[in-house]
Design a protein around this ligand. Structure first.
Ligand code: ADP
Length: 664
């Protein structure tokens, strides 16, 4: 085939169509992939925007709370001393015991709510009696070692009007009674001393000294359970800030109490919190000294990391006073972050705070969050770095994955649709091409079929017309030849017309009760007569008393004739064909057998389709239209029967018409 013809051929068009469809499917796939990529980028951008937006809102809100607190501090600083105490107390009350407010003055430190500060960075010294007041007693005690005398002197002094002298005397009295081996009397004296409460002795509260001395005494007296009880209450009072102590004193007496009492884990953790707060207050005190020297900023905030805990300091100072908030994570959580909860819920985010050294102040800091918005303290003017992350990144991810999967599925489906569509169109085209080919074969076959009888008609009629027939006998022969050719043409035309009617669904059958044996023999013998002239022999075998069938005589005869004709046509070597009719399983079987070309197994079904011819027939050059078997099958099906083929290539074929026998 030349190139230009090939380009116009249906096969080229088919290839072109398939190529276009393939390109279309590939483009669709590529577009889908691009869309997925874009969707992913868009989604992550959207998430980032949401986080950024939430981070800005949170930062603004926290800053607002900060400036509110600062305003309150400004008002506190401006108020008078009694007012300051009352207001600070009230403010600390609002903090619900989760934070500490401290007020520094040059010679004083106050903490609110009271009893929450373990120890103080500065404890003012109160005026105490001169040491001379106790000189006489101490000479007896230490130089003469006359404890009885010393007891006398100090007992005298213990009735003094001055509580400071009374306290000093009672302490010394107790000590001397102990030395004088009168522990019970000493215990009694310490009890009295304890009544004097915060009265200072050498800068320490009388009560603290008395209770510690009682513990020591009880221990010496081996009154174990009592000493444990006393130590426990001493520990608790120290812990609850009953006295204003400096750090050294607090530590010393806490250790004293711990000699007889061990705090449980919960209390210890609580104490660690309190130690963190107290240490932060100490640092703040140092800061204040700097502020007073003009070195520090009068207003500020800082997030500290003390004993493994975050502490927030927020302060404002004047030359003569400083007000500060000292808060742990609990306060931050309750007072500042909780009000943000609705906002965070709406945005589906959660918040974590970290200090300048990267310690986690609040919330969980994930090492590698899938996506987060960071706001540094430099940006926000807050003491922390804000980390805003999606609350449920897993759910978000799976949502995204699902959407992507859906999109992918849609694309796969459309691509599959395009491919399946193209495949079926291509198949339809191939089939049409095949039909076109078969039809053109059919036309040439039909022309050929017509040509042979027409040629005989022309030849014989010419001879007869010209009077060139030598004898009457020969003339008679020619007439028979003319009749055969006519009949063949008639059958051919009838076949084509019948086929046309069948295709249009307009073929009508006229059923009648047929004597099968008579009918079968009639058709086969008529065919045998014609076949004899073509040099063939037909052997008939027929069962006696065959049941009748309901059939259209003419149609059934044509079907049988077709099979017989094929047997002869496709049996060029073996000149005998066999026809038999039997009754088996209540069915009539009419069989036509030959020892001819045979049909390959894979073509057994195909040959019943219109225009289809077996390769063996084509190879042998046998002519035919490919319509005969189609019609046979149509006719037999209309009779409620079926056609069977049993054939082997090069061996021969048997075609069987099976018909239901008529009920009498
Ligand atoms: P036609 O004989 O006009 O070609 P048919 O529909 O009668 O059309 O038969 C279809 C094809 O089946 C034939 O072309 C032939 O290849 C094959 N065939 C039918 N009968 C026989 C047979 N007895 N032996 C071998 N091949 C046969």
């Amino acid at each position: 085939m030349s190139l230009s013809r090939w380009f116009r051929s249906p096969r080229y068009l088919l290839a072109l169509f398939l190529a276009i469809m393939l390109v279309l499917a590939a483009t669709l796939g590529w577009l889908g992939w691009r869309l997925l990529e874009q969707d992913r980028a868009l989604e992550s951008q959207r998430t980032q925007e949401r986080l950024d937006n939430a981070a800005d809102l949170i930062a603004a809100s926290l800053l607002h709370t900060f400036s509110d607190t600062k305003d309150q501090f400004t008002r506190l600083l401006a108020s008078s001393d009694p007012e300051l105490a009352a207001r600070t107390s009230a403010l600390a009350g609002q903090a619900a015991g989760t934070a500490l407010l401290v007020v520094f003055r040059p010679q004083d430190v106050d903490a609110y709510p009271p009893g929450r500060l373990l120890y103080y960075p500065f404890v003012p010294t109160e005026k105490e009696p001169p040491a001379k007041a106790f000189e006489a007693g101490e000479v007896s005690e230490f130089q003469q070692r006359d404890f009885a005398k010393a007891v006398e002197v100090f007992r005298e002094l213990s009735h003094s009007q001055d509580p400071a002298i009374r306290a000093g005397a009672l302490l010394r009295l107790g000590r001397n009674l102990r030395k004088a081996q009168q522990p019970r009397a000493a215990l009694e004296v310490y009890n009295q001393l304890a009544q004097l409460g915060a009265t200072p002795i050498g800068g320490l509260p009388a009560e603290l000294l008395a209770r510690d001395a009682r513990c020591v005494l009880l221990d010496e007296l081996k009154r174990t359970s009592e000493v444990k009880g006393e130590a426990a209450t001493l520990y608790a009072d120290l812990h609850n800030g009953r006295w204003k102590l400096a750090r050294g004193a607090y530590r010393f007496y806490e250790q004293e109490a711990s000699r007889w009492y061990t705090a449980d884990a919960q209390l210890q953790a609580h104490e660690e919190d309190a130690v963190a707060t107290a240490s932060a207050v100490e640092l703040l005190w140092e800061e204040w000294q700097r502020i007073r020297r003009g070195e520090g900023a009068a207003e500020g905030h800082r997030s500290l990391w003390i004993v493994g805990r975050p502490v927030l300091l927020l302060w404002q100072a004047r030359s003569d006073r400083l007000v500060a908030l000292v808060a742990g994570p609990g306060y931050l959580e309750r007072q500042w972050v909780s009000p943000l909860q609705p906002l965070m819920d709406r945005q589906g985010v959660s918040l974590a705070l970290s200090d300048a050294d990267g310690h986690s102040v609040l919330g969980q800091l994930s090492a590698t969050p899938p996506r987060q918005a960071l706001r540094s303290s430099a940006e926000t003017q807050l003491p922390w770095t804000l980390h805003v992350v999606s609350r449920d990144p897993g759910a978000e991810l799976s949502q995204q994955r699902n959407r992507r999967l859906l999109l992918l599925l849609a694309f796969i489906l459309s691509a599959a649709f395009v491919l399946a569509g193209s495949y079926s169109i291509a198949r339809a085209i191939t089939r049409e091409l095949e039909v076109v080919r078969l039809q053109s074969d059919f036309v040439s076959a039909v022309s050929h079929e017509f040509r042979t009888p027409l040629a005989s008609l022309r030849q014989l009629s010419e001879l007869l017309a010209d009077g060139r027939v030598p004898s009457e006998e020969r003339r008679q022969e020619y007439y028979v030849g003319l009749r055969r050719a006519g009949e063949r043409l008639y059958r051919l035309v009838e076949t084509l017309l019948d086929f046309g009617r069948m295709e249009a669904g307009a073929r009508q059958y006229r059923f009648e009760l047929l004597q099968t044996g008579t009918f079968f023999r009639g058709v086969v013998e008529e065919f045998a007569q014609e076949a004899r002239e073509r040099g063939y022999r037909v052997e008939i075998a027929q069962q006696d008393h065959l049941p009748c069938v309901q059939a259209d005589r003419e149609a059934l005869a044509r079907a049988l004739w077709n099979l017989l004709d094929n047997a002869v046509k496709y049996s060029p070597q073996s000149k005998t064909v066999w026809a038999s009719a039997v009754c088996q399983n209540g069915q009539i079987a009419m069989r036509v057998t030959d020892r001819g070309l045979g049909i390959a197994r894979h073509e057994h079904r195909q040959i019943f389709k219109k225009f289809v011819r077996a390769d063996s027939a084509e190879a042998a050059g046998a002519k035919g239209t490919g319509l005969g078997l189609t019609m046979v099958q149509h006719i037999v099906a209309a009779h409620g029967g079926q056609v069977q083929v049993d054939s082997e290539l090069g061996v021969g074929s048997t075609f069987t018409i099976l018909l239901p026998s008529a009920k009498e």
